[in-house]
Design a protein around this ligand. Structure first.
Ligand SMILES: [Zn+2]
Length: 117
């Protein structure tokens, strides 16, 4: 995986996360209260740690799971494991990562998982 590409994906993931948080804060007063209660911390850092439970009570499961995916993609970038399929360990294609920066599975594993569902 090229470092430049990973940097680009990291930037996109952070933007994506910030925009979800912004949208939620606009839609949901309780959510923006939680953000404000947690001090002047950069909103990008919110949604990790202790406040997960608080967040889950005000935002839907879907939004929270999307945030979690983004979060863990970001930590995989830190651990230099970004772009590897969690299932088979092969590289996830660049095209796929561009479409879904927080994809964890390569296309063939993802479609196997879809079939199992
Ligand atoms: Zn795979």
């Amino acid at each position: 995986m090229e470092q430049q590409f990973v940097n680009e994906m990291e930037k996109r993931l952070k933007e994506l996360k910030a925009s979800i948080l912004d949208l939620l804060a606009k839609e949901n007063e309780a959510f923006s209260d939680i953000l404000n209660d947690n001090g002047p911390k950069d909103s990008v850092d919110v949604a990790s740690g202790d406040i997960d439970k608080q967040l889950l009570s005000v935002i839907g499961k879907n939004d929270l799971s999307r945030l979690k995916k983004i979060e863990s993609a970001l930590s995989r970038i830190k651990n230099e494991r970004y772009g590897k399929c969690l299932d088979c360990g092969k590289k996830i294609s660049v095209e796929r990562l561009e479409a879904i920066p927080y994809a964890f599975f390569c296309i063939s594993c993802e479609s196997k998982r879809d079939k199992r569902r």
